[in-house]
Design a protein around this ligand. Structure first.
Ligand code: GLY
Length: 384
């Protein structure tokens, strides 16, 4: 299933369940000095969760495909990008939101139905985690999804308590994981790894083996259901929100990998045209360490997406704040192209490919096509 179909199916599914489809907000959060970039679907609804703004829909339900950047501030993935299967500077997050309407029961039911009915993922290839103190979430997974305790792992705050920043709305979460050893045709345990999770035929795991397998990429989290209940204060204390709410974060790139039967997000249709554009620009690359070459190409493809979308949202390269992060992303891309032998602008063409492949969903890309390309080229030339 192509990524565009997953995006559409998600939004339509939740629309049928009474959610209003809303556009993605800008990558630059409106009036929020606590945050460098929009880093999750809930950011545009922060004030609604806090009770300072009315619900944007009369049903108190909304759904979005949100542009996100995690390259600065609390959620910063920049240095990992290119070297792992799932880190990106820019990504899309699918979300369904309840603003004091439904809570844990319906949220769990929607998630399970979407994943098993709409996506058609086999329940035996799924596992869930819950916040270890959240007995209600565990009971709901048993009742609604028919999962046994052996498929539900209770984890602590680090894994199952979500917050958008150091302060602001937060709460315990529950996540759905897919076993890539069963669904990805190219999955294999990393070289040298040991432990029961490395055996693809094994399906029963204790918590320790599951966590190790998740960290090593056998189990991929595709759905994070946050039960928004608190507002984290500057002194770290948790003030209750006026109404318990729901915030889902489901990474489109990860779901696309699962649905396309591949272990690495860069092997999905979201990246293949960009990687082809990178190859076109690079021509023959001198044979060095193949893994380094692959990583460098992925860096360029990833960073071109962040550049296109940040420039479309009015961020410009500069020496401070958001503009500085943009400049760092661009320079990191140029550096990796340099390592592959390029001595002239490379990112610009890839940025244009991002516009070509995504402007139908994000029209701001087409509206600012010229400025995006011109700024990228000028900045590349300057750095070279
Ligand atoms: N807001 C939920 C997430 O980003 O996973």
């Amino acid at each position: 299933m192509q990524a565009s179909e997953i995006r559409t199916r998600f939004l339509k599914f939740f629309e049928r369940e009474g959610h209003k489809i809303l556009p993605s907000s800008s990558l630059v959060p409106a009036d929020d000095p606590t945050l460098l970039f929009t880093n999750a679907g809930m950011v545009q609804f922060k004030r609604v969760f806090l009770g300072n703004e009315e619900s944007p829909s009369p049903t108190r339900r909304a759904t979005t495909a949100q542009k996100c950047v995690r390259a600065g501030g609390k959620h910063n993935d920049l240095e990992q990008v290119g070297h792992t299967a799932r880190h990106h500077t820019f990504f899309e997050m699918l979300g369904n939101f309840s603003f004091g309407d439904y809570f844990k029961r319906d949220a769990t039911g929607f998630a399970w139905r979407f994943v098993t009915d709409e996506l058609g993922l086999a329940p035996e290839n799924l596992r869930v985690t819950v916040f270890h103190e959240d007995a209600e979430a565990r009971a709901l997974w048993k009742e609604i999804a028919g999962l046994g305790d052996d498929r539900i792992f209770g984890l602590g705050e680090k894994d199952n308590f979500w917050q958008m920043g150091d302060t602001g709305p937060c709460g315990p979460c529950t996540e759905i994981y897919v076993d890539l050893a069963r669904v990805a045709k190219d999955w294999s345990a990393p070289a040298g790894a040991t432990g029961s999770w490395t055996d693809p035929s094994k399906v029963d795991f204790d918590t320790e083996a599951f966590v190790e397998g998740a960290e090593a990429g056998r189990f991929v989290e595709i759905w994070n259901l946050v039960f928004m209940q608190f507002d984290r204060q500057h002194d770290g204390t948790l003030a209750p929100l006026p109404r318990p709410s729901v915030d889902t974060g489901a990474g489109l790139e990860r779901i696309a990998a699962v649905m396309q039967g591949v272990s690495n997000n860069f092997d999905t249709d979201l990246f293949s045209p960009l990687l082809a554009a990178v190859d076109e620009q690079l021509g023959a690359v001198p044979l060095t360490d193949e893994r380094e070459v692959i990583a460098a190409k992925r860096v360029i493809a990833d960073h071109a997406r962040a550049l296109a979308f940040l420039l479309a949202d009015g961020v410009y390269p500069s020496n401070e704040g958001r503009g500085y992060v943009l400049r760092r992303i661009l320079r990191r891309g140029v550096r990796y192209a340099w390592l592959l032998g390029r001595r002239e602008p490379t990112l610009t063409r890839v940025v244009e490919k991002v516009i070509d492949t995504m402007h139908d969903v994000y029209p701001e890309l087409a509206q600012r096509r010229k400025e995006i390309a011109t700024t990228t080229r000028a900045e590349e030339e300057r750095f070279l």
